[in-house]
Design a protein around this ligand. Sequence first.
Ligand SMILES: NC(=O)c1ccc[n+]([C@@H]2O[C@H](COP(=O)([O-])OP(=O)(O)OC[C@H]3O[C@@H](n4cnc5c(N)ncnc54)[C@H](O)[C@@H]3O)[C@@H](O)[C@H]2O)c1
Length: 264
Amino acid sequence: MNMDSFTDAFSLQGRVALVTGAAGGLGLETARWLSAHGAVVVISDVRSEVAAAAQQLRGEGLDVHSRVLDVANADAVFATVESVRAEIGSIDILVNNAGLKHNHGTAAKMEPSAWDREIAINLSGAFYCARATLPGMIERSWGRIIGVSSFVALSGLHGAPGYAASKSGLNGLTRTIALEAYRYGVTANVVCPGPIAVPGASSDPKIAERFLSRLPGGKFGEAQDVAAAITYLASDAAKFVNGIELPIDAGARLFYTGNAPKRG
Ligand SMILES: NC(=O)c1ccc[n+]([C@@H]2O[C@H](COP(=O)([O-])OP(=O)(O)OC[C@H]3O[C@@H](n4cnc5c(N)ncnc54)[C@H](O)[C@@H]3O)[C@@H](O)[C@H]2O)c1
């Protein structure tokens, strides 16, 4: 292997990526990383601010396009994937990042409508996007499906049953795609971030303190910690990595199990 091959393995040159829920936060930073590694990136979001976000990245010299898309609307997902194919190119890399988290209360109190909404966006939305992009990936014998799950998918989260269940479901969906599609050159993996500080996010200080108290190192992660892992999973360097659930949490999940003591 010569020196070029080492770096080429991480290049995304010639690939087209779709990142959902990317008007800001982890999705936007992921788009920045994928594009900086050579991919043409389409960022989508239910919020129209996604157009300005794409413009911001273009201002940084990156090849980034935008689409307004509600991932919970299957017809809209299929139409968007088709318009990207026709105008930009077939999607090689799908990052299922769109997500909603509300603290709706315990399972004993959560409204069924709130449950339905979290499942529709976090889980069904990811399925629709995979369903719309997988046939093309299989046909071209190359593809990457990467889910942005959460470390709570591996444990559970007091007061957020819909969120925790939707993220565990996303893991199950992605593992199944991993089983079905690897033989066609497609890998499917999830990253499971712990608490990550996201620009512009307003979080309840009490909840933030609860997370911080159990976070080794006592500091939130950064969006780039997640974006870097996704960029690796999207590359040829990760061609033998399939069906994994990668925690990106400074080991926080170890402190959330059972009666684990607080950091200290
Ligand atoms: N920040 C964290 O600590 C953390 C930790 C673990 C997992 N996550 C996951 O990372 C992903 C990104 O979260 P974030 O922290 O960047 O927060 P964020 O709120 O900035 O990003 C979520 C994005 O999804 C979009 N969205 C919501 N509903 C949508 C829909 N129906 N269709 C399309 N887009 C929709 C929102 O508009 C928003 O831009 C989410 O899936 C979240 O669950 C975040």
